[in-house]
Ligand binder design. Structure first.
Ligand code: ADP
Ligand code: MG
Length: 458
């Protein structure tokens, strides 16, 4: 049996099966739109997740794409043809199951085929096959009220899959189930999809669960509210990482968490920044601005050291949600701290848990002088901008450097506003490390001779 990990990566060059173009939607004569300028494509072979807060219009978009109601403006295209009326290529699984209580499982499933011209015998055969496939064999004659939530949703799936839909829509299909049941059903569905046991060519799932989106999707569309719109599109993880508890997985979850908890943030910029700081490596170059340094999170040294001390007092670990609550910090401020301390190797972020590393523990235990010495060492090792500045200071005959020069250099990599922020951060950290001093009135950086480091790592 094929497993999902051996599945070839989906081709993103797949044919566009379904598209929404500049879709806008008002309900009734309400003057504020529920959806504003939504453009999406669903391609052959894709599993796409639509992730967003409740009330942001996800279900509305699904109904429009399924042709259950028209957009107020814009259009829906099925294989390039304008859709007008129900979309015959699509079947939907709903959160609420939407079963007919007076019909048996078999009849509920067969109902999906009522609109087709199959003979009764063919309908029966198809329904039995779907029931078998989805693990409902033996329940054919049961009524919905006799079934557990998980079994009811299996009927929902069978009724959708019995039509052999080209596209499967799922609107929060696992949200009403208890966690284990949902997980189990989700995995079964994923196996059917991965093994091509169903002829479905694309799946669109609506969810408000970040982990679910990350576990399933090739592409994740993050929806914003008021009016509903796509804030950012993220590439899903490679198949092998989707269920793994590795750092790529944790970081994608974290990035999305940060986007979703900060509705006012520019999500695209955030994604770009995080992908660069994520591994503490030199970022990929992109566009005309080649970045030579990591982006330093905008974190003061007081907050940074305070955070490490705090973690040590609470046993060296903490969950980001609890930390954000206990420290009364906004999620994005906390994440900046986590990133900064992670960059320095003081903490490790694993699946939304921040863990103090052995170095972090040493840092927390050290007295002020030892703390500074340790910081000096790790900051020079890890922070490319600080290393660059100190090296320039070392090679300057006067051991000084004009702030302007550093800023100019930073502006090759960052916007001028961000360059200024980066500069201030590196000054703050460099001062604390007693590597340099800075005179704001003269705009001059000066090497701290006492602590100069003769052999800098490259
Ligand atoms: N049939 C309807 N008539 C009027 N308003 C609706 C209708 N359906 C949804 N809405 C409103 O549209 C907005 C988006 O709803 P919905 O698409 O269900 O969001 P989501 O699925 O993201 O939770 C909400 O404010 C909701 O109250
Ligand atoms: Mg909904």
């Amino acid at each position: 049996m094929a497993t999902i990990t051996t599945l070839p990566a989906p081709s993103h060059a797949g044919e566009v099966l379904l598209a929404a173009e500049d879709v806008k939607k008002y309900y009734g004569d309400d003057r504020s739109p529920v959806l504003e300028m939504v453009t999406v494509e669903l391609r052959d072979g894709e599993f796409v997740a639509l992730l967003g807060p409740s009330g942001s219009g996800k279900s509305t978009l699904l109904r429009i794409l399924a042709g259950l109601m028209p957009p107020s403006e814009g259009r829906v295209l099925v294989h390039g043809e304008r859709l007008d009326g129900p979309n015959a290529q699509v079947a939907i699984v709903f959160q609420s199951f939407a079963l007919f209580p007076w019909l048996t499982v078999l009849d509920n499933v067969e109902l999906g085929l009522l609109a087709t011209d199959l003979s009764p015998a063919e309908r029966r055969a198809r329904a039995e096959q779907a029931i078998d496939m989805i693990g409902l064999a033996g329940y054919e004659e049961a009524f919905p009220k006799e079934l557990s939530g998980g079994m009811k949703q299996r009927v929902g799936f069978a009724r959708a899959l019995v039509v052999h839909p080209e596209i499967l829509f799922m609107d929060e299909p696992f949200s009403a189930l208890d966690v284990l049941t949902g997980e189990n059903l989700r995995q079964e569905l994923l196996d059917l999809w991965a093994e091509h046991s169903i002829p479905t060519r694309a799946v669109l799932i609506v969810t408000h669960n970040i982990e679910e989106a990350v576990a399933l999707a090739d592409r994740i569309l993050v929806f914003g509210a008021n009016p509903g719109h796509i804030r950012v599109e993220l590439k899903g993880l490679p198949q092998a990482d989707r269920r793994a508890k590795n750092s790529a997985h944790a970081q994608l979850v974290e990035t999305i968490y940060q986007i979703m908890t900060n509705p006012e943030l520019d999500a695209a910029e955030l994604v770009q920044q995080r992908s660069m700081t994520a591994r503490g490596t030199e970022p990929k170059t992109g566009g005309s601005r080649a970045r030579r340094y990591q982006t330093l999170p905008d974190v003061s040294i007081d907050d940074l050291t305070g955070f490490v001390q705090y973690l040590a007092t609470v046993g060296g670990r903490g969950n980001v949600h609890e930390l954000s609550r206990d420290l009364q910090m906004r999620a994005d401020d906390l994440m900046a701290l986590v990133e900064a301390t992670d960059l320095l190797g003081l903490v490790d972020l694993q699946n939304r848990h921040v863990l103090l590393t052995p170095v972090g523990q040493r840092f927390a235990d050290a007295d002020l002088d030892a703390e500074k010495a340790l910081f000096r060492q790790i900051a020079l090792e890890q922070i490319s901008l600080l290393r660059y500045v100190v090296r320039e200071l070392e090679t300057s005959p006067t051991h000084t450097l004009e702030a302007e020069r550093v800023l100019d250099d930073l502006e090759h990599s960052f916007s001028s506003e961000e360059a200024r922020r980066q500069f201030e951060t590196v000054i703050d950290w460099g001062r604390y490390a007693e590597l340099l001093s800075y005179d704001d009135s003269s705009g001059e950086l000066r090497l701290d001779e006492e602590h100069r480091v003769p052999e800098l790592p490259t």
